[in-house]
Design a protein around this ligand. Sequence first.
Ligand code: PLP
Length: 450
Amino acid sequence: MAADRRAKTDTLSLRRRLLSSSCRLFFPEDPVKIVRGQGQYLYDEQGAEYIDCINNVAHVGHCHPVVVQAAHDQNQVLNTNSRFLHDNIVDFAQRLSETLPEKLCVFYFLNSGSEANDLALRLARQYTGHQDVVVLDHAYHGHLSSLIDISPYKFRDLDGQKEWVHVAPLPDTYRGPYREDHPNPAEAYATEVKRVITRAQEKGREIAAFFAESLPSVGGQIIPPAGYFPRVAEHIRRAGGVFVADEIQVGFGRVGKHFWAFQLQGEDFVPDIVTMGKSIGNGHPLACVATTQAVARAFEATGVEYFNTFGGSPVSCAVGLAVLDVVEQQQLQAHASCVGSFLMELLRQQKAKHPIIGDIRGTGLFVGVDLVRDEATRTPATEEAEYLVSRLKENYILLSTDGPGRNVLKFKPPMCFSLDNALQVVTKMDAILTNMEEKVRSCKTLRLQP
Ligand SMILES: Cc1ncc(COP(=O)(O)O)c(C=O)c1O
C-alpha cells in the first residue's frame, strides 16, 4: 500500500484518536505529512520537497542506498541475538574502536540512546560504588525513568530534582554567568562543577558520574569552552566518579574537525564512558556504549549477565558498518567542516544585517543561531523564533528551535547537506527577517501617527 494512501486530514484525526498527545508533532498547527526521504530532502504527500536542516538521525542521508542495501542483504541471511558468534558484531566493535582513543576499548550494543545512557549509569555506579550524578542544567539524556531523573530539561516540569542528582551551570559563554569577555571561562565553569561536588559531599553524598552531552544540544546548541571537560574530569575523578560523554546527537564526524565532539576539548581528553545513538544507525534502532577495561571489569565482577535481545544483532551491526563506510567513503566529516564553515560565514553576514541575531555558534554541521529581543540584555526572542521557523516551513525548509528560551535555531542536518542548501536556507531566512523588520517598522510608524 502506498505510504500516502490516506488524506492528510484523515491521518491527523486518526493520530489524534489513537496516539497519546504526549507524542507531539512538529508544527502542531499544521503538521507536515512526510512520505519519502532521500539524502537531505523530505517529501510530503503532494510531492513537495523540503530541505531537512534538523534530522541528525539520518546522518549520511535519508534512505542512503548503501545502508538500505546492507540491512536488506543481512536480513535475507540472518538476524538473531548476540549470544551466537557472528562476525558483524566484532567487525563493528573493531571499526568503532579505530575511531576512539585506545582506552575506550570495550563495547556494548543496544537499541536506543536512552538504553545507552541507562547502561552508562549502571556502569558508573558499579565501578565507583557511588550513586550520585552531576549533570548540566537544561540537559536531556533520554526518556527512561533513570534518565528523566538526570535530565533537568524534563524533571523541572515533573516531580523535581532527586537528592542524588546535582546540577551544574551550562557552560554557555553567551548567556551564562561567564561569557566571552571572561579571561578563562573553561576554568570558571569547571570550578562551578567542583563547587557542586563539594556541596554534595558536605551532605554526605558520593559522586558516581558527571554526565554531559559533548555539545549540549537541548541546552541551546552550546559549545563548551575548550579545556572545560578535562578540568571537570579532574574534579569528578578526584571525587571518585567517572566522566560520561553523551555523543548521541553530536558524534560520527558531525563536528567536522574531529570524529567525536569530546575531542574538541583537547587531544588528550578521554572520557571514561562514551554513549552513542541516533546517527550510529542512520534511523535503524542502534546504540552503543564504549568504555574502559577497568569500568567493564567492575561490571563483569557482579557475575550478572548483560543481555539485550535486539542490541548488536547481525542486521544492526551491518547497518552500523555501512554508516561508517559511507562517512569514510564520502568524506562526510571533511564535508561537514567545509559546509559548516560556509553556513557560519553566511549566518555571520546575516548577524551584521539583522539585530535579532544575537549569536552564531557552531562547529561543522552543528550550528546554533541565538535570536534575541535586545542585544544588550540578550533576552530570548522566543515568539520571533517560532514565527521564523513556521515561515521557513511554508518555504519548504525544516528547521526548529532549542534552548531554555526556545529561541536558538538549530542546524543539525544530514551530513550530505550541501553548500547550495546552506545558501538557499540563509537567503530565505534573510528575506523573512527583512520582512519581519519592515512589519515592525510600519507598526511603529502607525503608532506614531496621530
Ligand atoms: C543527547 C541525547 N541523549 C539521549 C537521547 C535519548 O535517545 P533515544 O531517544 O534514542 O532514546 C537523546 C534523544 O533525543 C538525546 O538527544
